[in-house]
Design a protein around this ligand. Structure first.
Ligand code: A3P
Length: 325
């Protein structure tokens, strides 16, 4: 059976990807979701088709902006920030679409959204600069992204907080669907072996970290904790990197402050649009993307010895890279 794609590029046989996936090593994630190992990445089963299709078909423009991350590292926040920085001359804070649209619908995921369906998305009609997002590893991004002038912004987070944030995210989602809830020990066991959605954690961060060192004009590497500590500094850094630095007048007029307040955890979380509804109708609730937003919250779920064990693994994997947590 071949699905007809209404795209002027090419037709993709529907079975091709299913056939490929059957040959990938598999594991069951601690949350019960099957994972498939492809090109060094553990993909959740529901995203593998999208990930492969994205790799095969996406054609970047030099003006594109790609936001990349491990899940639960501040992706939602980065989407809101980047969207606001890029569109600040079009929308005032009072009329920005962020007030009425969840950040994940304004900046859409390649794997879990745009390329999920067998019908290829028509991205050609989108005006530049287009902003997209991905959880895939740097090495797996289509050549057209790595080889073009488009810019990549990566956000990473302390792996303990990332792990705990994901644990709660999944528990809430599963709870919403009446499924069995896993314990943190099960999570820990898997994650310590690198088996987690879009993991291993260390490979996800390392690819972007190295790329940011090799091509700083192309890849910006941000840390969630740094944004929490000094959002003004990091917003300036982001705008400069994107080639649209804040002008002196904008700074004087408080534009940076406006964007940071608009995108703050409390503001976004309390918007009606983010308190209600579900990601893509059947996914997690929109409110599930906003939990505590605290640095160091891992200590409420992980014991010190678990933390020590996991950090030791991460440290070993990152050894010599210059990146540490
Ligand atoms: P916690 O679970 O620790 O609270 P992602 O967006 O990658 O899914 O990451 C979700 C994490 O980012 C959650 O962390 C969530 O609360 C936090 N978060 C969401 N929006 C935020 C914002 N505007 N500012 C800071 N943190 C935010």
């Amino acid at each position: 059976e071949t699905t007809t794609i209404s795209s002027n590029r090419e037709n993709v046989p529907r079975d091709e990807i299913q056939g490929l996936v059957a040959g990938f090593p598999g594991e069951t994630n601690w949350d019960g979701v099957p994972l498939h190992f492809y090109k060094g990445v553990w993909y959740p089963a529901f995203a593998i088709r999208g990930a492969i299709s994205f790799q095969q078909h996406f054609i970047a423009r030099d003006t594109d902006i790609i936001l990349a991350s491990m899940p639960k590292s501040g992706t939602t926040w980065l989407k809101a920030l980047a969207f606001s920085v890029v569109n600040r001359s079009i929308y005032s804070p009072k009329e920005t679409p962020l007030l009425t649209t969840p950040p994940h619908d304004l900046v859409r995921f390649f794997e879990m959204d745009l390329y999920l369906k067998s019908q290829l998305p028509d991205l050609e009609q989108l005006p530049s600069p287009r902003i997209f997002s991905s959880h895939s590893h740097y090495e797996t991004l289509p050549q057209s992204i790595r080889g073009s002038g488009c810019k990549i912004v990566y956000i990473c987070r302390n792996p303990l907080d990332q792990l705990v944030s994901y644990f709660h995210f999944v528990r809430k989602f599963k709870g919403e669907n009446g499924k069995r809830l896993s314990s943190i020990d099960e999570v820990f066991e898997n994650v310590s072996r690198g088996i987690q959605s879009y993991g291993p954690f260390w490979d996800n961060v390392l690819g972007y970290w190295k790329a940011s060192l090799e091509r700083p004009e192309k890849v910006l590497f941000l840390k969630y904790e740094d944004l929490k500590e000094d959002i003004t500094f990091n917003l300036k850094k982001l705008a400069e990197f994107l080639g649209i630095p804040f002008t002196e007048k904008e700074e004087k007029d408080g534009v940076i402050q406006e964007i940071s307040s608009l995108c703050s955890f409390d503001n976004l979380r309390n918007l009606e649009v983010n308190r209600t509804g579900f990601y893509q109708n059947t996914g997690p609730s929109n409110s599930n993307f906003f939990r505590k937003a605290k640095v160091g919250d891992w200590c409420n779920d992980l014991t010190p010895s678990m933390a020590e064990r996991f950090l030791k693994i991460v440290e070993e994997k990152l050894a010599g890279s210059g990146l540490s947590f």
